[in-house]
Design a protein around this ligand. Structure first.
Ligand code: SF4
Length: 317
């Protein structure tokens, strides 16, 4: 889930952050730190300290709304207000109330980052009906794979979770962008990918987003999947709307790497800040290919993304 850049005056609101999946996004965290129904090996927020599948009201909901009302007027543009943070948002039983109240004060689309484990519950599905985009994750479709990578709360069953996502798809008119996190040696085996392939066909999301580790994981010894593994899954699922959202970490990961293109991007950005659309128009390259070069340059702190008005610009680091 998203790393937290919390605002100084607020406990529950963070950002806005430039997000690869959601553009300029303001986070709303409605869950105490690391309260989750899973304890994923790769979690970038650390190990789960409270493993639970019980829904409850964690904070006075009006407190969160007051913080949001205080923050929103100072932000010129948002692509999304996103329920996310360092725990599982659907565990908060006030989620439906929040989405109704936020819609009353803002026209910004609402998104929820969720691990999808409680979608078999009718009340959870109902609470999500009011948001515009639901981004569930599903990393395994076998009982063994689910238990290995996600270390779930006792009582959670992966088949029931997939069935819940399937029902949600049939009820929900908004967009579903399903994230699959691939971890080397854990869920990248042929049988796991085959089971996931069947599950995603049942769920029929609007997008399938393949990802892997980008930051230090909760458990040591956990390694990111090679970019080529993600490309191979995308190629195998060529009939599905798959995209890779993993950030490139090394130049060797870029197919047909061109140092000329990299230098040209860097020199152009050094002269003036540009958006990815500007860069695509200038270089006649696709956004996906450009992002890989920008990832490397950002990692090396040669450039950085900044939010200016309604857009994300890349500027010299
Ligand atoms: S679902 Fe997994 S990755 Fe997301 S907060 Fe819980 S443990 Fe971390």
């Amino acid at each position: 889930m998203t790393a937290i850049n919390r605002n100084r005056e607020t406990r529950h609101i963070f950002g806005p952050v430039p997000s690869r999946r959601l553009g300029i996004s303001l986070g709303v965290d409605i869950i105490p730190y690391k309260t989750c129904s899973l304890d994923c090996l790769y979690c970038e927020c650390g190990r789960t300290t409270r493993l639970t599948s019980e829904r409850q009201s964690f904070f006075p909901p009006q407190l969160v709304m007051d913080e949001l009302k205080m923050t929103l007027p100072g932000i010129p543009h948002l692509d999304f207000i996103t329920f996310s943070g360092s725990g599982e948002p659907t565990l908060n039983s006030d989620l439906g109330w929040f989405s109704t109240e936020i819609k009353k004060i803002s026209a910004v689309p609402l998104a929820v980052l969720t691990n999808g484990t409680l979608m078999f519950r009718e009340d959870v599905r109902r609470d999500l009906l009011g948001v515009d985009v639901v981004l569930p994750s599903l990393d395994a479709a076998t009982a063994g794979g689910f238990s290995r990578i996600n270390q779930p709360c006792p009582g959670l069953d992966v088949e029931r979770i997939i069935a819940g996502l399937e029902i949600f798809r049939s009820e929900y008119p908004g967009k579903i962008w399903l994230e699959i996190f691939i971890v080397k040696g854990i869920n990248d085996r042929e049988e796991e990918i085959a089971a996931l392939s069947q599950a995603v066909r049942r769920i029929a999301p609007d997008k399938i987003q393949l990802n892997t580790l980008d930051r230090p994981p909760a458990y040591s010894g956990i390694e990111s999947a090679d970019f080529r593994v993600l490309e191979s899954i995308r190629d195998q699922w060529s009939d599905l709307p798959v995209e890779i959202i993993k950030r490139a970490n090394r130049r060797e990961e870029i197919r047909a790497f061109s140092s000329n293109l990299e230098n040209s991007l860097l020199n152009t950005i050094r002269r003036r800040p540009l958006t990815i659309d500007d860069l695509a128009a200038l270089t006649a390259k696709g956004e996906g290919e450009l992002r890989q070069y920008l990832d490397i340059l950002e990692k090396e702190k040669k450039i950085r993304p900044v939010i200016v008005g309604e857009r994300i610009f890349y500027t010299a680091g």
